[in-house]
Design a binder for this molecule. Sequence first.
Ligand SMILES: NC(=O)c1ccc[n+]([C@@H]2O[C@H](COP(=O)([O-])OP(=O)(O)OC[C@H]3O[C@@H](n4cnc5c(N)ncnc54)[C@H](OP(=O)(O)O)[C@@H]3O)[C@@H](O)[C@H]2O)c1
Length: 253
Amino acid sequence: MTMRRALTAIAASLLLLASIPVSAEVVAVIGTGRMGGAIGPRFAETGHTVIYGSRNPTSEKVQALVAQTGNGARADTSANAIANADVIVLALLWSATEELIRANVENLDGKIIFDITNATLKALQPNREGAVESSAGALIQGWAPNAKVVKAFNTVGYHIVADPEHAGGPVTVPLVGNDQDAVEQVSAMVQAMGFETMILGGIEQAHVLEGMASLYFVPYGAGRFDEAFEYYFRKGTAPAGIGSAQVRGADSK
Ligand SMILES: NC(=O)c1ccc[n+]([C@@H]2O[C@H](COP(=O)([O-])OP(=O)(O)OC[C@H]3O[C@@H](n4cnc5c(N)ncnc54)[C@H](OP(=O)(O)O)[C@@H]3O)[C@@H](O)[C@H]2O)c1
């Protein structure tokens, strides 16, 4: 554990002791790819219990992530993970998100949906297949009207989520959402991981955050990897192997 990670863990413990609103929650992390694998261990490190929701919860890969995460983590189907959690993190492909929400809408009522997804915005990429008029965040709130959707972390690369020290300086995470208590709770969870936060407005502003992510997608899609990483991953900090055909094929839109 680096010095910064150790200090983050101590700070999180002190916040919990001081009853500042970082309560220990059961967090369902839906998806065990790059973001799920980065964010799950950070939740555990900052005092939360993680249930990974996966299509293959017993697979070797997912079980290795469970073991790495610790603090009582487990893996289950996405439906069971959602039913048993207080906060649901959408760390799955955008294209699989509507089906997940609609299939579990009753179990999302009154809960926080921590939305990290990125949809392609029609305003920025009108010809791209699957591009949306509004934003992923606004659509998710519409599909789950009784859930408290808070958008955050869609502007941060997965390896920065795993260790903000990679950024070489403080990283600000913008947040939007309609329920003020939920937004503040998510903001506190993000701060406990070592980030600064900025609360921007309601979920109708999610398109602003998703537009920021396009600063990565657009140059990345055109093969201008260095430019993409300049913004999204911070200069010179791209993870090993990124920019290869293999990684490009796994892109998550
Ligand atoms: N990568 C980043 O740096 C980054 C940064 C900010 C935001 N995001 C957003 O975070 C979300 C996840 O991105 P990611 O990079 O972690 O993607 P990824 O590495 O491709 O992983 C996505 C995960 O989604 C799950 N999934 C559920 N249904 C699926 C389906 N029908 N097909 C394929 N996978 C399915 C899979 O987990 P199981 O196999 O366990 O089911 C898969 O591992 C996306 O919405 C993305 O826009 C990513």
